[in-house]
Design a protein around this ligand. Sequence first.
Ligand SMILES: *[C@@H]1O[C@H](CO)[C@@H](O)[C@H](O)[C@H]1NC(C)=O
Ligand SMILES: *[C@@H]1O[C@H](CO)[C@@H](O)[C@H](O)[C@H]1NC(C)=O
Ligand SMILES: *[C@@H]1O[C@H](CO)[C@@H](O)[C@H](O)[C@H]1NC(C)=O
Length: 197
Amino acid sequence: MAKTLNHLASTFLFVSIITSPSFVVAATATTESDHHFARHVSPATLGLKREKLSHLRFYFHDIVSGKNPTAIKVVQPPDGSATGFGMVAMIDDPLTLTPDLNSTLVGRAQGLYANAAQGEDSLLMAFNFAFLEGKYNGSSLSVLGRNYVSLTVREMPIVGGSGIFRFARGYSLARTLMFNFTTGDAVVEYNVYVFHY
Ligand SMILES: *[C@@H]1O[C@H](CO)[C@@H](O)[C@H](O)[C@H]1NC(C)=O
Ligand SMILES: *[C@@H]1O[C@H](CO)[C@@H](O)[C@H](O)[C@H]1NC(C)=O
Ligand SMILES: *[C@@H]1O[C@H](CO)[C@@H](O)[C@H](O)[C@H]1NC(C)=O
């Protein structure tokens, strides 16, 4: 009986600690000298050892047609724009191991591209490679760059990353393997070179 009461009491205490607003106040009731805004740390404190260079290659499927498009135009360019200047598309494009859409899904390209040029076919690309494969699952790389689509190979910077790719920097080379002029669907090979720890 006493044990049960004790148990009930401690359960109640526990519940009241995590739900009571005063607990929140207690946790934050510190003086400013307990905090630091910025300080130097050694790379070892974050477990950072040797910087590595990785090469990733995969195939990006930009599917604009059919019942399940992976790229959706969210802003229509104004009438009369020769290049589609002003168009914005949101993407969740599959990334596969081989050019075959049915091959292993290694990740998705999530973000947007926008037609950013009045006199040429040049896109602003702003998206993340969200990886799913093996030890890369859950890690990401961020791409922010210019995609001048008339070139055979376009280079876009890798500006950062998460997970395995913390502190990442590098570049990606995009080469269109297939563009279907009827549907607008495209398969693009990406070769990515990144420094990371
Ligand atoms: C991919 O798989 C689906 C379902 O099995 C099949 O209908 C489709 O033809 C395949 N596509 C290719 C390019 O092999
Ligand atoms: C990736 O990680 C998620 C979340 O941990 C998990 O559900 C999923 O099965 C993993 N995918 C692969 C291909 O390992
Ligand atoms: C383009 O897509 C159309 C419609 O799905 C298909 O009939 C045609 O074979 C495709 N062309 C190429 C080059 O893949």
